[in-house]
Ligand binder design. Structure first.
Ligand code: ZN
Length: 328
């Protein structure tokens, strides 16, 4: 399953590179039609390399001066090109390849032979069925966030209005994203009623960190534990492989949405503890959302899970009337 997935993804990368090369050709054509001298310079630079090689072969004793002379000529040509580009009004990198991932130049692998983060993310998105995430994230992100949909009116038993509360949560999440690379042991637990914006906030965090090139796994508790169970008991042919399973412990951020929606048994509870505890020990961050109250969390999960949550997670309560905005 993984082999086939990898092949599929790599052929997508090939298409991306082809598309980048095509776009570059188009840009070149456009630019050269306005500044034909640029095309001449390109040609001169190209033939300079050939000429230098030939001269060096014919006159091995003058190698040094040939190289020096060519270098100077090349410099002059480059400067002329830069000057034209500058006055043209086109961006300086207009004639460079523009890849989606500059790290691996859309190859999926780094020069060291290691998988690039972008490829690891693609593989994990496939394994954890996160492929529809991109569309959701286009719709839901911090840029589309509107505090005004929250009420200004305080409920008798809370200090803050839903709007003030959401502003505080927003600031906390913003900080979480900004300081994500720091090993500050920050984890977030969103709890509160349905429709109060928890999933939306999970989406926002996922989007921001994915955009910044972090390795993120995002899944609902229900699907996550079903995937883990398939893996553990090799229930299906397309069960995830070991590397994908281990990514749960190693990824930069694990987001478990809707904790409590999973089928609960000793297996899921011990897996949950194992994942949370290992991530905490290794300083890997986790975001959890749940419709359960803190008391329900304490009752449903073992004491050792609850104590990890209550002492290592920033507990953020979402409240306000059901806005149903998560389904919009
Ligand atoms: Zn890459």
């Amino acid at each position: 399953m993984r082999e086939e997935t990898l092949r599929k993804i790599l052929s997508k990368y090939e298409k991306k590179r082809d598309a980048a090369a095509n776009r570059l050709e188009l840009r070149k054509k456009k630019l050269y039609s306005v500044f034909p001298r640029l095309e001449e310079i390109e040609g001169e630079i190209f033939s300079l390399g050939l000429k230098m090689g030939k001269l060096a072969l014919d006159n091995p004793d003058d190698l040094e001066s040939i190289v020096e002379h060519s270098k100077q000529k090349l410099e002059t040509l480059k400067r002329e090109k830069e000057a034209i580009m500058k006055s043209s009004g086109f961006p300086a990198d207009y004639l460079s390849m523009q890849y989606e991932c500059p790290l691996c130049k859309d190859r999926g692998f780094l020069a060291s032979g290691e998988k690039c983060t972008c490829l690891r993310q693609e593989l994990i998105a496939e394994a954890y069925k996160m492929s529809n995430l991109k569309q959701v994230l286009l719709r839901e992100n911090l840029a589309t966030f509107n505090l005004d949909i929250f009420s200004d009116e305080k409920n008798s038993n809370s200090e803050l209005s839903p709007k003030e509360n959401m502003a505080t949560i927003l600031a906390t999440c913003d900080n979480f994203i900004m300081n994500f690379a720091e090993s500050n042991g920050e984890n977030l637990l969103f709890y509160g009623t349905t429709g109060s914006g928890k999933t939306f906030m999970c989406n926002c965090i996922a989007k921001d960190l994915l955009d910044r090139g972090h390795f993120v796994i995002y899944q609902t508790a229900f699907s996550l534990f079903a995937i883990i169970e398939d893996y553990r008991f090799q229930k299906r042919d397309n069960a995830i492989d070991r590397e994908s399973y281990e990514s749960l412990f190693e990824c930069d951020l694990l987001i478990i949405d809707d904790l409590g929606s999973e089928i609960q048994n000793t297996f899921t509870i011990s897996e949950l503890f194992h994942i949370l505890n290992t991530r905490l020990i290794n300083g890997k961050k986790t975001v959890i959302s749940t419709n359960l109250t803190l008391i329900e969390l304490d009752q449903r999960y073992t004491g050792r899970i609850f104590s990890r949550l209550s002492s290592n997670f920033n507990l953020l309560r979402f409240f306000g009337k059901d806005l149903r905005w998560e389904n919009r």
